[in-house]
Design a protein around this ligand. Structure first.
Ligand SMILES: NC(=O)c1ccc[n+]([C@@H]2O[C@H](COP(=O)([O-])OP(=O)(O)OC[C@H]3O[C@@H](n4cnc5c(N)ncnc54)[C@H](O)[C@@H]3O)[C@@H](O)[C@H]2O)c1
Length: 379
């Protein structure tokens, strides 16, 4: 890839840049445009982690600024726009864990994923100097595809979210659409499928399973384990987002996927293979309510219009991803010390009585805790 001057001397406001994809994006953009200024605006929720930006913040050659703040706080959002006058905005800030949206934290999802997006759209509307705003969203807004079909999600596929996380992301996307139609706010919305790579909070399946292996614990799989996702390496996603910032047509939606459909059992088996363990280390647990069966993305539009295509081969990038977590025990232990149990939700499977419709929402504390003990999974 050639280094392009297009973002050098520009200011990008990155909301949610201390999370998984946002921190990879900041690192990726600095590697491509060393003369860019980046302002990382992040609330530092449980999944936000300043360790993810440590190398960047320590590099005095880079024009990097961190501002702790909440996109739900309109005054703070306005103040950051006023102070830094960004040319580009990209929003990764979101509540992202589906299980958490089911087990009692839905209101936080509504606030961040809808009200927060509203505040950003309002600020972009007020600052006519903004060239582009990219709202990073998800394929999950489209709901679920049948396992045995060849159907795929297109940009024109209807929204049919099945879980509160997806519904709130769809709400943010629709606000963006309306701000373009009504006020010509230069916004682009992206729908990407599941990402894998370094710096992901270990509640999501790949780092969660790797940390379970490192702790000699079994890998719990929801339901029959045949839930299919289209896996994209995080740096391929970052490249797509760069193209959307630079060349995406305002008012457009772009789908991003790597034609790499695997079910959760495949993911578990590949991780077991890495650790030289057999399938007795898999444990099937009760299914998650509203669990989407399959996502599949048609990326023709971004390929044809913006020239994007995935460049990382899955086999290699997947092993490299596992290796990153194995090589970074300090990163893992610091996250664990700060936030406690990584994914308490998987252990709540016994409460999911879908057949008699009594899906309870057990009360769980999601607050930071120094207690790193896992909730028991035994009957
Ligand atoms: N991870 C995936 O596989 C995936 C796939 C497709 C789309 N996405 C989308 O990409 C975006 C980033 O996902 P991620 O996996 O990096 O998430 P993440 O949970 O790792 O990071 C989210 C970041 O947003 C910050 N944040 C949360 N609420 C905030 C608020 N109110 N104000 C400011 N900052 C706040 C957090 O502190 C954290 O740093 C999300 O919008 C998600 O919907 C993720």
């Amino acid at each position: 890839m050639n280094k392009s001057p297009e973002l050098n001397n520009k200011t990008i406001l990155v909301c949610g840049g201390a999370g998984f994809i946002g921190s990879n994006f900041i690192r990726y953009i600095f590697s491509r445009y060393p003369g860019v200024k980046i302002v990382n605006f992040d609330k530092l929720t449980y999944s936000g982690n300043l360790d993810n930006n440590k190398d960047i913040s320590k590099n005095s050659a880079l024009d990097y600024h961190f501002v702790k703040g909440d996109i739900v706080n309109k005054k703070k959002v306005d103040a950051v726009f006023k102070k830094y006058k960004p040319d580009y905005i990209i929003n990764f800030a979101a509540e992202t864990h589906v299980d958490r949206s089911i087990h009692g934290a839905s209101l936080e999802f509504i606030k961040t994923n809808i009200e927060g997006v509203f505040n950003i759209a309002e600020a972009v509307k007020a600052y006519s100097s903004v060239i582009k705003y990219v709202q990073v969203s998800t394929d999950e807004v489209h709901g679920s595809l049948p396992l045995d079909s060849k159907e795929r999600f297109h940009e024109y596929t209807l929204f049919a979210p099945n879980v509160p996380y997806a519904a709130t992301k769809a709400g943010g996307d629709l606000l963006c659409r309306s701000y373009f139609s009504t006020w010509k706010v230069p916004v682009v919305v992206t729908h990407c499928s599941n990402n894998y790579g370094p710096y992901q909070y270990p509640e999501k399946i790949i780092p969660f399973f790797v940390t379970r292996m490192l702790e000699n614990k079994k890998l719990p799989l929801y339901g029959d384990g045949r839930h299919v996702r289209d896996w994209v390496y995080v740096l391929d996603h970052c490249h797509a987002l760069e193209l959307c910032l630079l060349k995406g047509a305002p008012g457009s939606v772009y789908h991003i996927g790597a034609d790499n459909e695997l079910d959760n059992t495949d993911i578990a088996k590949r991780i077991l293979q890495y650790f030289n363990r057999n399938e007795s280390w898999i444990e099937y647990v009760g299914d998650r309510p509203g669990h989407d069966r399959r996502y599949s993305i048609d990326s023709t539009k971004i390929t044809e219009e913006l020239g994007w295509r995935p460049m990382y081969a899955f086999e290699k990038a997947f092993v490299k991803t596992i290796q990153w977590y194995v090589d970074n025990p300090k990163w893992i232990s610091r996250v664990q010390k700060r936030t406690g149990v990584f994914n308490p939700h998987i252990d709540l499977w016994r409460a999911h009585k879908l057949n008699n419709k009594s899906i309870s929402t057990p009360s769980l504390s999601f607050q930071r805790t120094s207690n790193s003990k896992s909730v028991s999974n035994k009957k």
